[in-house]
Design a protein around this ligand. Structure first.
Ligand code: SAH
Length: 340
């Protein structure tokens, strides 16, 4: 049996067509699940008996479970237990423009970025699309409010779980699904070049963020093993192609690590690397983790870095800090949670 929350409307249409039924049924199923919030297939009362029996036989609606919630100022961290007992986390943030959720894409992560907590545990498995959709549905049910935006920046590397992530995006973006606008969805990658290319083929308005964190191969090689596979030149060429093809602005994430990548020369190198590109840089104050060899850049260094980028004509902001005290911040999520 397949979990119904992992099916796009198109997949359900194919399912009904194969049964010799009208594809419109798929829309009805979506309306029950995502509009009327009826999660028991037996409750789909406008679907005729035989189809309903078939649906019950082919699909289940088993939920993942929220097993713990930690609350901080404007932020909540949710620990989920999956059906096989694995654990993941998601984070809800309250902005003045509405609620946003940061979802996980894998159990553990194989990218091995030296400063990130999520990679402490090697990837155990990819999340199925339904397990990502349900993170949002369960959080919406918990807070009884609609989620306005979604970032795929929790545990895992989304482009290492590409098909499930694309399916997830389709379901939450579908006007008959969770109806979260494409412009309010951001997928972040550490730089898996072939998947960035594949992503640029889709004509979607979804935002792409790149975890760059270094403006030279020297710096990037030190902290991000992925750079040894796809070097900076290759990544930057791919991003330039992406921007031309999609005509969309790319977000560049740059975590500020004391004495590693936060010097004035680093800022100048970054400005040079990005000059003329349609990007905006998001400087991320480092959240301390169990990797004690990395520490946070001082506020004055972050300010200086910011000012240099500004002066060099680069769009730049400093990411608001959320959830540090409940270990819900960027790079602090892990599957073996201390909030267990
Ligand atoms: N694997 C994807 C998705 C994770 S996004 C990616 O790398 O983009 C999470 C973001 O937080 C990434 O930019 C990541 O590099 C950054 N990050 C990791 N550890 C961090 C930490 N301790 N403090 C601040 N940001 C961190």
């Amino acid at each position: 049996m397949k979990n119904i929350f992992g099916y796009t409307r198109g997949m359900l249409e194919d399912y009904f067509l194969e049964l010799g039924e009208k594809k419109f049924k798929a829309q009805q199923v979506f309306e029950w699940l995502y509009l009327k919030k009826v999660y028991d297939i037996k409750g789909f009362t406008n679907i005729k008996k035989e189809s309903l029996e078939k649906l019950l036989k082919d699909f289940d609606t088993t939920f993942i479970k929220i097993t713990k919630v930690l609350e901080g100022k404007d932020v909540k961290k949710f620990l989920f237990t999956l059906i096989d007992g694995e654990k993941i986390e998601a984070v809800l943030m309250e902005h003045d423009y509405g609620l946003s959720v940061c979802v996980s894409s894998q159990v553990g992560c194989n990218m091995g970025c030296k400063f990130c907590e999520s990679g402490r545990l090697k990837k155990i498995r990819d999340l199925e699309a339904y397990e990502i959709v349900l993170q949002i549905i369960l959080i919406e049910e918990y807070v009884k409010k609609r989620i306005r935006s979604v970032v795929i920046m929790g545990i895992g590397e989304p482009f290492d779980n590409y098909d499930n992530i694309m399916r997830f995006i389709e379901i939450i973006n579908d006007p008959k699904g969770l109806a979260i606008g494409a412009r309010h969805i951001t997928v972040s990658t550490c730089g898996l070049v072939p998947k960035i290319k594949e992503f640029s083929e889709l004509d979607w308005q979804v935002n792409l963020a790149i975890s760059l964190h270094g403006a030279t191969d020297y710096v990037r090689n030190k902290i991000m093993p992925v750079n040894k596979v796809y070097s900076l030149d290759v990544l930057m060429d791919t991003l330039r192609e992406y921007i031309v093809k999609t005509n969309r602005r790319v977000t560049i994430e740059y975590v500020m690590l004391n004495m590693v990548n936060d010097g004035e020369n680093d800022a100048h190198n970054l400005a040079k690397l990005l000059r003329g590109m349609n990007v905006y840089v998001n400087l991320i104050p480092y959240n301390e983790t169990s990797h004690i060899e990395y520490s946070k850049s001082s506020k004055s260094k972050i300010d200086k870095f910011y000012t240099i980028l500004k002066e060099e004509g680069i769009n730049v902001t400093v990411r608001r800090e959320f959830g540090g005290n409940i270990k819900a911040a960027c790079g602090q999520l892990r599957s073996e949670s201390d909030c267990k």
